[in-house]
Write a protein that binds this ligand. Structure first.
Ligand code: DGL
Length: 272
């Protein structure tokens, strides 16, 4: 048993989409979340840059004495999960792509037409295809990057016609041409536009990695005997740029819960 917090990180707001699922499944766990809002988006940056930023954040979380690190970001998971695990062998580090690949492989059929959307870096890495096909090589997978989604979401442009136009621009042809019936949201920001997707493409099955990762977190906490024994409601949300949008989004997620939230600004100068 271990009452230390779990460290979550993402390039910005996206990883927050995992938190409600975690609160439901593991209500005694305490969270330290880091959103790199000053340097988002990661998804169009060079892998070397993403690696550097991720190492800096992991160093910070380790200094905060977390018991586990959850990479609530597909872009980071597809770029440097193994390097992070090698750098910190004493801490379980959980990526978001493997648990989702597991769900796709175990719940989809050979006749399904499966679309995977994500950032440019995630799609280029082919991490989803590799991990899904390792489990079932017969599944039909189609991928496409959607690079404007993250900047629009970070800007709070969500239930909005600009977002809907952007969705149609990237996905109308992709979905109809490939006859997609299942869509994997390969970026933790995308659950925030799930309602738009459901409205524009009714009937599409949507797979959300932010939900699928929770089972994996639970398994690892049990395996290493790291589950918390008692609820501690203080949770800290760090941002490298503590924007109004970031604060509002977190307050909205926790407005009707006992969950206590503190905001802190993270000084990027620490790493100069
Ligand atoms: N939420 C991140 C992901 O899952 C977004 C990456 C970005 O900043 O572009 O990939």
């Amino acid at each position: 048993m271990d009452n230390r917090p779990i460290g979550f990180f993402d390039s910005g707001l996206g990883g927050l989409t995992c938190i409600p699922y975690l609160m439901k499944a593991l209500p005694k766990e305490r969270i330290i979340y880091f959103g790199d809002t000053a340097r988002t988006p990661y998804g169009s940056k060079a892998p070397s840059t993403i690696r550097l930023f991720s190492m800096q954040i992991a160093d910070f979380l380790v200094k905060e004495n977390v018991k586990m690190i959850v990479i609530a970001c597909n872009t980071v998971s597809s770029t440097c999960l193994t390097e992070l695990q090698q750098k910190y062998p004493a801490i379980p580090i959980v990526g978001i792509i493997e648990p989702t690949a597991e769900v796709v492989a175990s719940t989809c059929f050979d006749e399904d037409q499966i679309g995977i959307i994500g950032t440019k870096v995630t799609i280029k890495s082919k991490a989803y295809e590799d991990l899904i096909h390792k489990r079932n090589a017969k599944l039909n997978l189609y991928t496409t990057p959607c690079p404007t989604f993250v900047p629009l979401i970070e800007e709070g442009i969500i239930q909005n016609e600009i977002m809907d136009l952007s969705i149609r621009y990237y996905l109308d042809h992709f979905i109809s041409y490939n006859k997609i019936n299942t869509l994997v949201l390969g970026c933790t920001h995308y659950p925030l536009i799930r309602r738009n997707l459901e409205k524009i493409y009714p009937g599409l099955r949507i797979i959300d990695p932010s939900e699928e990762i929770i089972q994996n977190i639970t398994t690892q906490l049990k395996r290493y005997k790291l589950l918390s024994e008692e609820p501690i409601f203080d949770n800290t949300f760090y941002a490298s740029d503590l924007s109004e949008n970031f604060v509002n989004m977190i307050n909205r997620i926790f407005e009707n819960s006992e969950f206590k939230v503190a905001f802190k600004s993270f000084d990027l100068d620490t790493y100069k």
